[in-house]
Design a protein around this ligand. Structure first.
Ligand code: GUN
Ligand code: ZN
Length: 437
């Protein structure tokens, strides 16, 4: 049976990077628009009457309609880096990264040895993600194989497009969180078999970061990554100075931090590393020419005092960049609050993102950084119809500011600086309402 859905509102999406293509070519805005969705996929996008005129009469009559008036309808927001087991550990104290991991995070992750807690945490995380307008994410589980089963089952039940993987870590961590080569390989192969490519889910090979994996385990990660088509890889890179010192000590003989991953064949399309703050020009160039992406996690970087990510410098070097909440070092699930933080960090470096660049990063930019552009990220025909409806009038100070907005860019600027999850009015997954404010 054909299921036809119509969404009416102000449509906003991106066809390319406004910093590369220019704002007019990159950004589409239809102030009184309609999005026509059939069986969960976009069919038509455009001015309301034009779309209605193009629809066959029978489908026009049978369509379920959602009229969002003046509210914005955007592609679902994309969080390119987060940790679901840490969802209950936001704002846990820690002086810097390694201290925070040791004292706050490893205990929170160890609790997922209990499968019931993993299931509870996955449900909580995904419900909060949807309430914040995020529909796709690249997600770390824990070292426990059943933590991936819990997450993937919860994501499948909500019909979400998600990436997740079992954390690989065989050294330099609490004994309860360490795996070994034999169990790690067996668990990862089983999880890939069980989840990769099932419904909208994909497996992401997840070595936590170089300090917690032996060279043998990094080599295993590369073997796993090449073992099936379209597998992904996620990890961390150059977030903090003490981490850089640990990598230099544990991996002597490498040119720099990135070289550890490069020599283990862990760079390329569908590979994404969080942070990448403290990099040399050589490392920046290697990320760009291998097509390896970075997740910019500004609220996490501020919370842990990790440093200021030079977004414009990395982006103009040609690196694909997405935004990450990095929950639980990040202080919010919200991509709007993450944009806010990205703007403030950018200001400190005298090169903040423009409003159009910011909303590109939160949508198509994130989809590209994850290698998922074929499925999500904008409203092109055939894409999966995940959408977030944002209501700027839900916040009195934002509504007052918008009364004298100069143009669309100014409106989107105010929305990124003043908006937050209270603006999330509804979320549609494959066309159907999955969350309502
Ligand atoms: N580096 C290694 N593990 C982690 C983590 O869980 N969070 C952050 N922010 N950085 C990391
Ligand atoms: Zn992280």
């Amino acid at each position: 049976m054909t299921r036809s859905v119509l969404l009416f509102g102000q449509l906003l999406d991106f066809l390319s990077d406004p910093g590369v293509a220019g704002p007019t070519a990159a950004c589409r805005h239809v102030s009184d628009g309609a999005l026509w969705i059939v069986n969960g996929h976009i069919v038509e996008h455009g001015p309301r009457q034009a779309v209605l005129d193009r629809m066959p009469a029978a489908l026009l009559a049978s369509s379920t309609r959602y009229d969002y008036g003046q509210r914005f309808i955007l592609p679902g927001l994309v969080d390119t880096h987060c940790h679901y087991p840490q969802a209950t550990a936001l704002a846990s104290p820690g002086k810097t990264l390694l201290d925070w991991l040791e004292h706050s995070i490893y205990p929170a992750e160890a609790a997922l040895a209990d499968p019931a807690i993993a299931a509870q945490r996955a449900d909580f995380f995904l419900d909060r993600l949807l309430a914040h307008g995020t529909t796709t994410a690249s997600v770390f589980a824990t070292v426990h194989a059943h933590s991936v089963d819990a997450f993937m089952s919860a994501a499948a039940a909500r019909k979400l497009r998600m990436l997740c993987g079992k954390v690989m870590m065989d050294r330099c961590a609490h004994a309860a969180l360490r795996d070994d080569m034999r169990h790690c390989e067996r668990d990862c192969l089983n999880l890939i078999e069980r989840w990769h490519g099932r419904e909208r889910l994909r497996y992401s090979v997840t070595p936590r970061f170089a300090p917690t994996s032996s060279p043998q385990q990094l080599a295993l990660a590369a073997d796993l990554l090449r073992s099936r088509p379209d597998l992904h890889l996620q990890s961390h890179l150059a977030e903090n100075q003490d981490e850089l010192a640990a990598v230099a000590r544990l991996y002597p003989g490498h040119r720099d931090y990135l070289d550890v991953y490069a020599q283990h064949d862990l760079l390329g399309p569908r590979c994404i590393y969080a942070h990448g703050i403290h990099l040399t020009q050589r490392e920046v160039d290697e990320l760009a020419h291998t097509g390896t992406a970075l997740a910019h996690c500004p609220s996490s970087n501020l919370f842990l005092g990790s440093g200021a990510f030079p977004l414009q410098q990395r982006s103009s070097a040609g690196i694909a960049i997405g935004l990450g909440s990095d929950v639980g070092a990040g202080t919010s699930f919200s991509m709007l609050r993450t944009l806010h933080a990205a703007y403030l960090v950018g200001q400190l470096l005298a090169s903040p993102p423009s409003a159009l660049q910011a909303w590109y990063l939160a949508t198509l930019g994130g989809a590209r950084a994850l290698g998922l552009e074929a499925f999500i990220g904008n409203f092109l025909p055939g894409k999966e119809a995940d959408c977030v409806v944002l209501d700027p009038f839900a916040l009195p100070e934002l509504a007052a500011r918008l009364e004298h907005a100069a143009d669309l860019a100014d409106t989107l600027f105010a929305l990124m600086l003043l908006g937050d999850e209270r603006c999330v009015h509804a979320v549609h997954i494959l066309g159907e309402v999955q969350h309502r404010a």
